[in-house]
Design a protein around this ligand. Sequence first.
Ligand SMILES: NC(=O)c1ccc[n+]([C@@H]2O[C@H](COP(=O)([O-])OP(=O)(O)OC[C@H]3O[C@@H](n4cnc5c(N)ncnc54)[C@H](OP(=O)(O)O)[C@@H]3O)[C@@H](O)[C@H]2O)c1
Length: 320
Amino acid sequence: MKAAVNKIYGPPEVVQVMEVEKPVQKDNEVLIKVYATTVNRTDCGFRSAEYFISRFFSGLFKPKFKTLGNEFAGVVEAVGKNVRSFSAGDKVFGYNDVTFGAHAQYICIAEDGAFTTMPQQSSFEEAAAITEGGHYALSDIRAAKVQAGQNILVNGATGAIGSAAVQLIKHFGARVTAVCNTKNVELVRSLGADVVIDYTQEDFTKLTDRFHFVFDAVGKSSFAKCKQLLHEKGIYISTELGKNSANVFLALTTPLTGGKRVLFPLPTISKADVIFLKELVEAGKFKPVIDRHYKLDDIVEAYRYVETGQKTGNVIITVA
Ligand SMILES: NC(=O)c1ccc[n+]([C@@H]2O[C@H](COP(=O)([O-])OP(=O)(O)OC[C@H]3O[C@@H](n4cnc5c(N)ncnc54)[C@H](OP(=O)(O)O)[C@@H]3O)[C@@H](O)[C@H]2O)c1
């Protein structure tokens, strides 16, 4: 089968599309023919190993996962002899950051992994883009214990995480102020934001409103700059470590003060989370934002684009 392979860590150019052996499902696994996947910031992080700490998960000197790709949508081709909940022909989608492998024509995943059947109305491309930004946003929203009626600010509302966060926070009944570039003001409004701040015109850290939760979904701010935006016991979360990993240090120290806090939750995803996101999609409450489409053969171009830090939502790789 065809797969995108990176045998070493490095820039997008280390990825080569080549023929590799088609995987065979184990007794507890499902073999899926991949129709669509994404290139996202998680793939970029694992491919470049830019943060050395990630190598403790992905291989110290060379990548343990030679074919990346964590999001997928496709059709079950075969199931292992112990698999009961899926059968050949099922249309499925989900997330695999345990072994990756979705940048290929076929992937195997354990029956109890983070995947389920596709939302009724979704295309393969749309289904492939539901889980990465969706589960990071959901993890942070849960950590901040977002409640109906709260006032929340999302910076970077046009990323995969930010665009999911705006929609999920609205689903939980809170009021959203979203920060984005001029060209995306209408898009972000259409996601449900109550107030949209164009960061080319206005510095959101100077707002006089007070928020229960400031979520920097692109990691461009700091707790120091956002502190005055928070209510007395408000929460700040950034998707980046911050300068000198400050956000990790602050997550350990600020909870001791009893006041404004930084959290740095480790994102998790389960089958139940994927089903939750699927049900929101079916109910019309969550629609992943899709930017560009690339073919698997052009995946290096896709990586280059994603690494500009300027994609709007998700970048799709069409495989089948
Ligand atoms: N290391 C990992 O494994 C990992 C995994 C996932 C995510 N992350 C981190 O999480 C963050 C978000 O990732 P993502 O995939 O959702 O988004 P992304 O690819 O980083 O998207 C960036 C979006 O943010 C906007 N943006 C850029 N600069 C901005 C600024 N100063 N203020 C407000 N918006 C700005 C961009 O639009 P405009 O420039 O047009 O405004 C673009 O739409 C990234 O920092 C990423 O590194 C890391």
